[in-house]
Write a protein that binds this ligand. Structure first.
Ligand SMILES: [Cu+2]
Length: 151
């Protein structure tokens, strides 16, 4: 028999696997799995000084520079500021999502680990041109590194 118990003021206890409880348990397990998986895709970071510091400016309606290229293995520090309202820098695939407030540049560090092209976008709805605030971070393969499988 499956035993499962949530103790507390609500007094919810469930030692018998009736269907309603199984559904709840499955939903909780699903949420936990999503949580764990999202935790696994954390930005690979580093300690010590960066190899390169790149200034990024977000403004209506652009991210400048719109293309950032770094070699694989680089310890990158982005110093992201906004020229007008609050924006956010989101980079899919690198698990980066940082708000950028006027007067308070965001410092984002990551290790350029896996070669590829990672789309950047503004992650805070900032006005009608918000969707045009796009760019990309390109991690170039280290010279002599074996090519990515499938290429
Ligand atoms: Cu925006």
């Amino acid at each position: 028999m499956i035993g499962f118990r949530i103790s507390g003021d609500a007094g919810v206890s469930c030692f018998t696997p009736h269907s309603k409880c199984r559904t709840t348990i499955a939903a909780k397990a699903g949420l936990l799995l999503v949580f764990l998986l999202s935790g696994c895709s954390r930005t690979p970071t580093f300690s010590g000084p960066p190899d390169t510091v790149i200034k990024v400016v977000m403004k209506k309606w652009a991210i400048e520079p719109s293309r950032i290229t770094v070699p694989q293995g680089t310890r990158v520090e982005l110093v992201v500021s906004t020229a007008d309202v609050e924006h956010g820098l989101g980079v899919r695939g690198l698990a980066i999502n940082e708000p950028v407030q006027p007067g308070k540049p965001a410092v984002i560090r990551f290790l350029a680990q896996t070669p590829g092209t990672y789309p950047m976008r503004c992650s805070i709805l900032c006005g009608k041109g918000h969707k045009d605030m796009l760019g990309e971070i390109v991690i170039e393969p280290r010279p002599g590194a074996p090519p990515k499988p499938g290429t």
